[in-house]
Design a protein around this ligand. Structure first.
Ligand SMILES: Cc1cc2nc3c(=O)[nH]c(=O)nc-3n(C[C@H](O)[C@H](O)[C@H](O)COP(=O)(O)O)c2cc1C
Length: 448
């Protein structure tokens, strides 16, 4: 429905008209007061309802410590005034890194992460007032199919996939990660959670999205053994990790960034209609989130899609990465879909705090959509990914001025992703040009 169109809306009314023409359930409020809501998450309370999503810059040191640009990114995010800072994908061990510069949490890197966190919180106070304390979550990851710890693909797969195996050149007899290895990964996750607590983070995220290992496992319908087939098996690892962190790392909050919808064909996809992967079927994701709540989880961050394979589902855009596809759907449809997925989860499990994703395409009107989302009870917080790279002060401007400056908003040009694909350290090429313009160019020169 509705072919692709670039963002060219000058007024909210123009945007509302297009939403109406497309028949989408997407509302925009003029009153942005809901963005100032303080949100209770367990024993914490966020200073507002805006979040910075995890956004990795591929700029850690070889040993997994934050690098100069990593520290700079969190300085900017922290000053920006969001009530929730969700720190980026941080590997629980070297083999699970998605790139050689992905952060890794070990006993050796812990002091550096602690220093970065403390420094960020100090800057958040300086910029936003002495009582300002954002909630902090560290995303813990094992990249699985997309592991590339030494720069070359080193996939660790939970199940064969009729689409992705072919696309990635993974042969039919490529071994699956064994049940014993998955058991051992539970230990790594719990150890990393303990280190994250020592570093001072309020919470960890058992990253289960974007088709990295735990996300792929949720769709392991065809896998034999105790981690495959039935729902109980496909969710076994996640539930065990959550329960064990609660037992073994008391006082640390456990959260999850969750793909509630893969947009990938059954039986290899999760959260999809068995006949049509373009149609979400959230029966299992809702059951899963209920189970997480029963196990004491207070907050989930809902996302969707596969950034390598269906990036338009994960983050609707104007321009794809080079050689990428302009999807045959209107980006507003993508925005409405991802917002609806979070809404369905929130409506089904209202006691769970839900963070919603996928708003950056809406540019200067994203605050209006976020306010409507929160007012309607469709999510509790709204986060930005690319929008935070481009405009790290977005939260302060929305909360204090009630508006975003149109000329500072992310234009969804995919150049931040392009840098990643080219193997560089990433950020916003358009609005942080002095730093990332040359990196972008160097990556392009190397590839062409
Ligand atoms: C360069 C880049 C890095 C990202 N890093 C992460 C990450 O570390 N963890 C994660 O869960 N999502 C990551 N994402 C996804 C974003 O958090 C977010 O879900 C996505 O960009 C859609 O939100 P947006 O429309 O506000 O950009 C990344 C996206 C981009 C473009």
């Amino acid at each position: 429905m509705g072919s692709h169109e670039r963002f060219r809306f000058k007024t909210l009314d123009e945007l509302r008209r297009r939403v109406e023409e497309l028949g989408l359930d997407l509302e925009f409020d003029e009153d942005l007061a809901p963005l100032r809501h303080r949100v209770k998450v367990g024993s914490y309370e966020t200073p507002n309802a805006l979040a910075v999503h995890p956004m990795e810059g591929c700029d850690g040191e070889r040993d997994g410590r934050p690098g100069e640009l990593t520290i700079r990114r969190y300085e900017r995010f922290a000053r920006g005034g969001a009530g929730l800072l969700w720190f980026e994908a941080t590997a629980i061990e070297h083999a699970g890194r998605a790139n050689p510069r992905q952060l890794t949490l070990t006993r050796q890197t812990l002091p550096h992460l602690r220093e970065m966190l403390e420094h960020s919180l100090q800057l958040a106070r300086q910029a936003n007032g002495p009582g300002f304390r954002p909630l902090t979550v560290l995303q813990l990851t094992f990249s699985g199919r997309y592991s590339k710890p030494d720069g070359k693909p080193a996939p660790v797969i939970a199940h064969h996939d009729g689409v992705l195996d072919k696309a990635m050149g993974i042969p039919e007899d490529y071994p699956l990660i064994s049940d014993d290895e998955l058991d051992a990964l539970q230990d790594r996750w719990v150890e990393a959670a303990a280190l994250a607590q020592e570093a001072g983070f309020d919470a960890v995220d058992v990253k289960s999205c974007h088709r990295y290992l735990p996300s792929e496992l949720l769709a392991a319908h065809t896998r034999p053994g105790k981690y495959g087939g039935a729902f109980e098996n496909r969710t076994r690892l996640h539930y065990a990790i959550v329960e064990r962190i609660h037992d073994e790392v008391p006082g640390l909050m456990v959260t999850m960034r969750l793909n509630a919808y893969d947009g990938h064909p059954y039986p290899w996809g999760w959260g999809v209609d068995e006949r049509d992967p373009l149609v979400p079927d959230l029966t299992e994701p809702i059951r899963f989130v209920r189970g997480l709540r029963e196990r004491g989880m207070q907050m989930v961050n809902i996302t969707a899609g596969n950034p390598y394979f269906t990036p338009h589902i994960n983050r609707p855009y104007d321009v794809p990465v080079l050689g990428g596809r302009v999807p045959d759907e209107h980006p507003l449809l993508g925005v409405a879909r991802i917002i609806d997925v979070a809404r369905q989860i929130k409506r089904a499990v209202p006691e769970m705090v839900v963070v919603a994703s996928g708003y950056s395409w809406l540019r200067q009107f994203l605050g209006n959509a976020a306010a409507a989302t929160i007012r309607r009870g469709d999510a509790d917080l709204v986060g930005l990914g690319r929008g935070a790279f481009a405009y790290p002060d977005f939260a302060r401007d929305l909360v204090n001025d009630g508006a975003l400056a149109p000329k500072k908003c992310c234009i969804t040009c995919s150049r931040c992703t392009q840098i990643m694909r080219d193997g560089g350290q990433t950020g916003c090429v358009v609005f942080d040009r002095q730093v990332y313009g040359p990196i972008y160019q160097a990556g392009r020169d190397k590839r062409t």
